[in-house]
Write a protein that binds this ligand. Sequence first.
Ligand SMILES: Nc1ncnc2c1ncn2[C@@H]1O[C@H](COP(=O)(O)OP(=O)(O)OP(=O)(O)O)[C@@H](O)[C@H]1O
Ligand SMILES: [Mg+2]
Length: 230
Amino acid sequence: MSGTEIVLHDISKIYGSRTVLQDLDLSLDTGECTVILGKSGCGKTTLLRLVAGLEEPSSGTLERPKDLKLGMMFQEARLFPWLTCRQNIALGLPKGADPGEIDHWLQLVQLTEAADQYPHQLSGGMQQRASLARTLAMHSELILMDEPFAALDYFTRAQLQQELRNMQQQLKRGIVLVTHNVDEALILGDRLLILQQGKIASELQLAPGPRDLLSPELITAKRSLLAALA
Ligand SMILES: Nc1ncnc2c1ncn2[C@@H]1O[C@H](COP(=O)(O)OP(=O)(O)OP(=O)(O)O)[C@@H](O)[C@H]1O
Ligand SMILES: [Mg+2]
């Protein structure tokens, strides 16, 4: 582990009669990409919202460094409809940052041509890419991502996953990403956690560096993840 840690201890989250998370223990390193993988409805978003401080646990403790800069990207794009793509991304920039940076983020998510369009003029995937750029522009130490690529087509998704992987490796920004997509977890994650029945049921650590889904290492890892999720 290299970064500051967020530590969840004995966390439970109960909605009415539904126990979503139960006695969950987890330490998150803000220097790596942790992927939380699990089936629909298993509590991934709930866990991420707890880490972000958007929800309180029903019981247990969560330690988060007070001055940690957190950015969150949701399952839906949540752009402001009255602002252009460029203006939405600009909202992410911290005070004093060079506004010229917006062009860099627009380019990274391939929205340079659509910079002056409003959200209703963008496809669902384009909106999600603008949301990703806004989150990246925040310079957060830890970025929380909730299925950020769900709305994208296969090729755009694969390309953005690789871009995000490269960026994370270069900048060493912490990411906690939740997904039900096994390939996405393998491309992006340093540490892969399976959430099942309210707990972290198993864990897999992958080697640093670029990722190739067809490499023997990732094929073996995929087999073990699919077996664990079955
Ligand atoms: N505010 C809430 N009130 C009541 N129940 C909730 C609330 N939020 C989530 N739940 C319930 O908690 C369970 C887990 O929901 P959550 O959104 O965390 O799942 P998820 O793993 O993110 O699913 P998906 O992959 O479909 O996004 C579901 O049964 C859901 O109905
Ligand atoms: Mg969810």
